[in-house]
Write a protein that binds this ligand. Structure first.
Ligand code: ATP
Length: 575
């Protein structure tokens, strides 16, 4: 086979194999075999297709077509009336299988269809994503029809699944990384797996990592942080007492307030400022005030800063809870108005890049020195995070209590000698805050309210994560009323967020694609047959909508088991 001529059916074969197993190791082996072939194609971007994407992970554009539009395209391709499509869809219940059925029928009659190449599929899908504005629907439909018209049944199934953003072959980023290691470095799989993880955290782009790895270890080492592109941040582990914090971080350690705001990674190249969340979303447009502050007060030419952006009441200057500022993240219009109603202050706590040099490997104490030089104190606009350095538990606890009195969430304890390591792996930073029974879950279902809240989804089924599956842990119907009163997420907003994600409806109950993440407090968790996790929360209440969280951040089944164990031992969150 000539280079670049790979057939889409090769991908489909792999999808089918991946779909047939839930075992991670088996998936790795399947992928590794395929990646060896793919590495020879010289088209590293095609690797995105294995995760149902046509862009790197840091790119926040998605395919995510509605089922309705996908049905339209299927109908148009095969000349079938809307009603018939809708009828079959109700019967089959899966848009991919619907496409498979119609494409399969057609193949028997038209034997002259061309074989689909990966290149064609990739480039059309990318165009589908990019077409915008007037005539977008027609443009998208034509691109899709061109693919479906030449696709076999199985090919059509996966093309359509990809289009609606539900490939469902379950390839987590870790699985793909391990598979690259197995395919390209079978002798040193473990060591290279770690290297690939570091490289991936910096690039957030499988094409870059895969291409470098195909060329060898040295190329992989060259992958570095790039100013202006989103990156994964360093995350803390949790402790409940100060001794443990020092054991993890060493003595002396730096201790800072844990601000209750919103994590923003600030990128500046000359006069160009970009802001990203920890979920790699670009929020530059939502925070023109922060952009202005950075342009005005940061003299360095090129920097990447890690910060917590905190909202405050314009009159009283009282700090607002995270939920209030999350309004600003979501808002795409009336930004100026919101900027005045909800001003923010940037608390800078780390630096990753400075004037042409990556500081990732430098100890935190040195990074802090650079920060002290370049971050001015501009009240209500920008400041360095409050910090002390101590080896005394007593001093640390005093600082902790003061932080709580000042209305902060708690403290962060940081290893002074450690580099900036992305992810939650190492425990270079640690958080300590008063315990609360609080976990983050994803909404997988909802129920319509009645009376005044008739058209709105007002109670929510929430789920934890087990590998790539989502298991229900309860139904939450309280919390949003309080949030509304505090200026947070309203029932209407939650309904608007969930409606496009609806997958099926039965009476008042809907199932939704797992996407919307919420923090939930509860009294306790008990074993229960009512939900498929085997556990249920008592008295759950939503405390926050977390648009800044990623699905991988939510509570896992193991987290829940741990909570249950802790509660049994009577040491659950007495703090
Ligand atoms: P939870 O509410 O479940 O504890 P969280 O939103 O506080 O979650 P964590 O990962 O537990 O998130 O805590 C780390 C977060 O704390 C960081 O992502 C950052 O947004 C925030 N933070 C506030 N102040 C600091 C600080 N001084 N240094 C580092 N992170 C800080």
């Amino acid at each position: 086979m000539a280079k670049g001529e790979m057939k889409y059916s090769d991908f489909v074969e792999v999808y089918e194999e991946l779909y047939a197993t839930t075992k991670r190791l088996e998936k790795e082996t399947i992928l590794a075999g395929f990646l060896k072939k793919l590495a020879k194609e010289g088209e590293p971007e095609w690797i995105y297709l294995l995760r149902g994407k046509v862009t790197p992970d840091y790119d926040d554009r998605i395919l995510g077509l509605s089922d309705k539009l996908a049905m339209k395209a299927i109908g148009k391709t095969f000349g079938i009336k809307d009603e018939e499509i809708a009828k079959r869809y109700r019967k089959i219940g899966d848009i991919g299988e619907l496409a498979e059925e119609f494409a399969g029928r057609k193949r028997q009659t038209s034997l002259f269809a061309r074989k689909l190449t990966v290149e064609k599929v990739f480039s059309n899908l990318r165009k589908v994503m990019e077409v915008e504005g007037k005539g977008a629907v027609t443009g998208k439909t034509a691109l899709i029809s061109e693919l479906l018209g030449n696709a076999s049944g199985k090919e059509a199934k996966y093309i359509v699944r990809m289009l609606v953003g539900q490939l469902r072959v379950g390839v987590a980023d870790a699985t793909l990384r391990e598979a690259i290691a197995e395919a390209l470095f079978p002798e040193e799989k473990q060591e290279m797996g770690k290297k690939l993880e570091v490289a991936y955290d910096m690039a957030n782009d499988f094409a870059i990592v895969f291409e470098a790895a195909s060329k060898g270890k040295k190329e992989l080492d060259k992958i570095d942080i790039v100013v202006g592109r989103p990156m994964n941040v360093m995350l803390p582990v949790k402790v409940t007492e100060i001794g443990e914090a020092f054991r993890i971080c060493g003595k002396p350690a730096a201790i800072e307030h844990k601000y209750d705001g919103f994590r923003v990674v600030i990128n500046k190249i000359g006069n160009d400022v970009k802001l990203f969340t920890r979920r790699l979303e670009n929020v530059t447009n939502q925070f023109p005030d922060v952009v202005q502050t950075i342009k005005k007060f940061i003299k360095a030419k090129e920097v990447i800063l890690d910060s917590e952006v905190v909202g405050y009441e314009p009159k009283t200057k009282r700090q607002r809870p995270f939920e209030a500022i999350s309004q600003r993240i979501k808002r795409k219009y009336d930004i100026e108005k919101l900027e005045k109603e909800l001003p923010v202050e940037v608390n800078v706590f780390d630096i990753i890049y400075h004037n042409g040099e990556s500081l990732m490997q430098k100890p935190f104490s040195e990074r802090r020195k650079v920060l002290e030089k370049i971050i001015p104190y501009e009240k209500w606009k920008i400041r360095l995070s409050m910090q002390i350095v101590t080896d005394s538990e007593e001093v640390a606890l005093k600082f902790y209590n003061e932080a709580l009195k000042a209305g902060e969430e708690g403290i962060m304890i940081k290893n002074l000698n450690a580099g900036y390591q992305q992810g939650r792996r190492v425990g270079y930073i640690v958080k300590m805050k008063p315990a609360a029974n609080d976990l983050d879950f994803v909404i997988t279902g909802a129920e319509y309210g009645s009376g005044k809240r008739g058209g709105m989804l007002t109670s929510y089924i929430v789920a934890c994560r087990e590998g790539e599956k989502y298991l229900e842990v309860g139904k939450v119907s309280s919390g949003l009323k309080e949030l509304e009163q505090e200026g947070g997420t309203t029932y209407e907003e939650m309904t608007a967020l969930l409606k496009p994600l609806i997958e099926s409806e039965k009476g008042k109950v809907v199932k939704v694609k797992p996407k919307i993440i919420v923090s939930v407090t509860y009294q306790n968790i008990q074993g229960s047959p009512s939900y498929d996790s085997g556990f249920a929360m008592r008295f759950p209440r939503i405390t926050n909508y977390r648009p800044d969280y990623h699905l991988k951040d939510i509570a896992t089944l193991d987290d829940i088991k741990m909570e249950v164990e802790k509660a049994k031992k009577g040491m659950s969150h007495l703090g």
